[in-house]
Design a protein around this ligand. Structure first.
Ligand code: HEC
Length: 196
């Protein structure tokens, strides 16, 4: 060991050097590239019918989408859900067409929510798969609609009478937005969600 000690400074230098390289390659360059991405505007110009009871203008609705996205990040929904249909394992049979880059070139996907693993299903095409009411009940207590679900309950997004608070509505608006603007005509609706 003693003989290695004389290389201490070199090891330290190499370690710090690699840290610097990692910072540039994984932090600086991607963030500079992200700044150059011109976001596509994929927000509906009108409040979708199902949300007209909650939002009066398209602007209010857009703000809610961002609020929902922030809650999705804050609650670490991405820890159990991916937002990326991979080109392997016949995933497209279950989730629809394989994800493409353009899906992520919008402000709601910066940063993207690819997720880290899949405990629950992929959500990038969640729009319209379920009704809003289903989402509210599911968020309040997943086991009310999916008896064996291991997803946590989020009762704090609801009032004492179980009506959704604005945060719950924003989160569901975000879920119903995911993939809503995609042309999914190629997807065969009968195999779109295998559990239906
Ligand atoms: C511990 C892992 C876990 C976490 C955290 C989690 N989920 Fe889930 N989720 C699941 C599992 C497992 C399912 C499948 C069973 C079910 O439908 O409840 C699921 C199902 C869903 C579904 C239904 C998808 C479909 O089309 O069937 C939605 C929507 C959903 N989760 C949204 C969320 C949101 C929003 C959050 C964060 C507030 C979240 N999940 C956090 C595990 C998780």
């Amino acid at each position: 060991m003693k003989s290695l000690e004389k290389f201490n400074v070199i090891f330290l230098g190499a370690g710090l050097g690699l840290l610097g390289v990692a910072f540039i390659a994984l932090g600086l360059i991607p963030s500079l590239m992200a700044k150059k991405v011109k976001p596509i505007d994929v927000f509906p110009q009108q409040v979708p019918e199902d949300f007209q009871a909650y939002y009066k203008s398209a602007d209010e609705y857009r703000q809610a989408l961002f609020q929902g996205r922030d809650l999705y990040a804050k609650e670490a929904c991405w820890h159990c859900h991916s937002q990326y249909v991979r080109p392997v394992g016949n995933e497209s049979l279950r989730y629809g067409p394989v994800s493409t880059v353009d899906e992520y070139q919008n402000r709601l996907q910066l940063p993207q929510m690819f997720g880290t693993r899949r405990v629950g299903p992929d959500l990038i095409r969640e729009a319209d798969k379920k009704a809003n009411d289903w989402h509210f009940v599911h968020l309040y207590n997943p086991r009310d609609v999916v008896p064996l679900s291991v997803m946590p309950s989020y009762p704090w997004y609801f009032n004492a009478d179980k009506t959704p608070k604005p945060d719950a509505v924003a989160l569901v608006a975000y879920l119903q937005w995911l993939g809503s603007w995609l042309d999914t005509d190629n997807a065969n609706p009968t195999v779109y969600d295998t559990r239906q």
